[in-house]
Design a protein around this ligand. Sequence first.
Ligand code: B12
Length: 211
Amino acid sequence: MDFTDLQQALIRGDHVATAELTGKAVQAGAKPTQVLDLGLLPAMQAVGKRFREGEIYLPEVLVAARAMKSAMAVLDPLLAATSYVPKGSVLLGTVKGDVHDIGKNLVGVMLRGAGFKVIDIGTGCNAERFLQAVREHRPDVVGLSALLTTTMTYMKTVIDALRTAEERVPVIVGGAPVSASFASEIGAAGSARTAAEAVELVERLLAGRSS
Ligand code: B12
């Protein structure tokens, strides 16, 4: 099946057309996972690449992310109905004191697109909130996001609180100021600069687990 029109709609951020073309692709016989893997995900990756290379700016990324969400709203019930088994689950949140959530949301969209269940607990989350959510949802991976140099240090507080409570779930970190060396210093299992890298990181971490 040709997904060019669907991909173009997503890339230009037309959320109405993206949802419609997603529905049409399924009606025409494409499996929901094919629409994701061959249609939406490559388009979202193209958006990420154009943003990284300075060809497009944040507003275009935001409208593309919204279009991806509208497609996922069509696919989610179909994926559930076809006894779709998620590859794993990821709990995401932006840490205390920080309201930036665009990057976190993109990571969530890409993870969902790659077949993971995502539990997003929002922004400004303190350590207790993360601990409570870990206990409630038992995710395979926890992802912390921070965009401010003043809030990224709180990531260590979250990791320490989880370890003190004997929760061993791997924690990954991200956000513009976060580096790989900072991640290892605070005891995180890894970090990623982009949403696509975040997906690869989660896949790597879960490939090594015993199920
Ligand atoms: C949009 C924005 C805002 C919006 C946020 C809206 C929202 N809902 O998110 C608003 C206007 C609210 C805002 C407010 C503020 N902002 Co602001 N903001 C930005 C801006 C322009 C873009 C951030 C963004 O969304 N980038 C796009 C996304 C896609 O990229 P990203 O977040 O880095 O995410 C990617 C990766 O980092 C990674 N990733 C992200 N999270 C995670 C998590 C995991 C687990 C993994 C693996 C990967 C990962 O994948 C993502 C996708 O590729 C940046 C400048 C910039 N260019 O970064 C400033 C910036 C982050 N803001 C800044 C500041 C100072 C503030 C304010 C303090 C301003 C003020 N004086 O009030 C407030 C703070 C509010 C608070 N308490 O949080 C500074 C931070 C400086 C610093 N070093 O600390 C920046 C860098 C601007 C600047 N140059 O001064 N901001």
